[in-house]
Write a new protein. Structure first.
Lengths: 146, 119
């Protein structure tokens, strides 16, 4: 067992939540982007998290086989997937990007949803920081034993 | 006979179990946004008291393993982590480690004095 395993676990949480914040910011920034390099309007991106399944090291695998449950390894980003909900149709006949019916496709970004996501990830980030501080205090006490 | 008595060894094993619990609880908090994740916990108290019941020999072999709790889903994505409960458990566990370490440290100081290492 690594002494600093808990710190690594919390750090993985910080990385994951920071990426969520990055993606949410990108969604907000592109709330009006009607063009993308892939063509069409911007589609909202969503982060999917998954539990890390060990570090793949020999020691970790052996502990998992011998002791039943292996040591927890934290969280990681499984994928960033596009939101497939329909794009918004806005009637703007004078817009050069309007279709023959006069509608422009706008991104499926809902700023309210993005703001709640942002608050959620920032709170989760803080929870991981608190966990890290507790761990750090405990380790400082452990070192005093020496 | 070992230099350390069984109380000291028990304290050391308890610290080791509580440290693993600390990692597991931190993992629960890190996975608070993972779809379908169910939290785990380490019941090191039970493992230790079982080992103490079997005698001091069993203390050397006592091992701790995380167990998955089946709390059910608290969110629509199947996640079962209650962040507040996990944070409370983490704080409590941290205090427990500090208490265990204080006792272990005091006992080590007494032993040092007995060995003439404290002046």
């Amino acid at each position: 067992m690594s002494l600093f395993a808990a710190l690594t676990v919390s750090a993985s949480g910080l990385t994951a939540q920071r990426l969520r914040m990055d993606v949410t910011s990108a969604n907000l920034a592109n709330a009006q982007s009607t063009q993308t390099p892939e063509g069409g309007a911007y589609r909202r991106q969503d982060v999917v998290l998954q539990e890390q399944s060990g570090d793949g090291s020999f020691a970790g695998t052996l502990a998992g086989v011998l002791g039943g449950g292996g040591e927890p390894a934290g969280v990681e980003v499984a994928a960033i997937i596009p939101d497939t909900t329909p794009l918004r149709q806005v009637y703007e006949p004078d817009n050069p990007q309007a279709n023959p019916q006069g509608y422009v496709e706008m991104p499926n970004v809902n700023p309210v949803e993005e703001m709640t996501d942002l608050i959620d990830s920032s709170r989760s980030y803080q929870a991981n920081v608190t966990a890290m501080q507790t761990t750090k205090q405990v380790f400082a006490k452990t070192i005093e034993l020496l | 006979m070992s230099v350390l008595d069984s109380t000291q060894i028990t304290l050391m094993r308890a610290i080791s179990g509580a440290t693993l619990r600390n990692t597991v609880l931190a993992n629960n908090i890190a996975n608070a946004d993972t779809p379908g994740f169910q939290p785990s916990d380490v019941n090191f108290h039970a493992a230790l008291s079982d080992a103490l019941g079997e005698g001091t020999e069993a203390l050397d072999d006592v091992s701790f393993a995380p167990e998955q709790l089946h709390t059910g889903a608290v969110r629509a994505d199947g996640n079962g982590v209650d962040s507040d409960a996990e944070a409370a458990k983490l704080a409590e566990n941290g205090l427990e480690i500090e208490a265990l370490e204080q006792v272990a440290n005091s006992r080590l100081q007494i032993m040092r004095t007995a060995m003439g290492m404290n002046g």
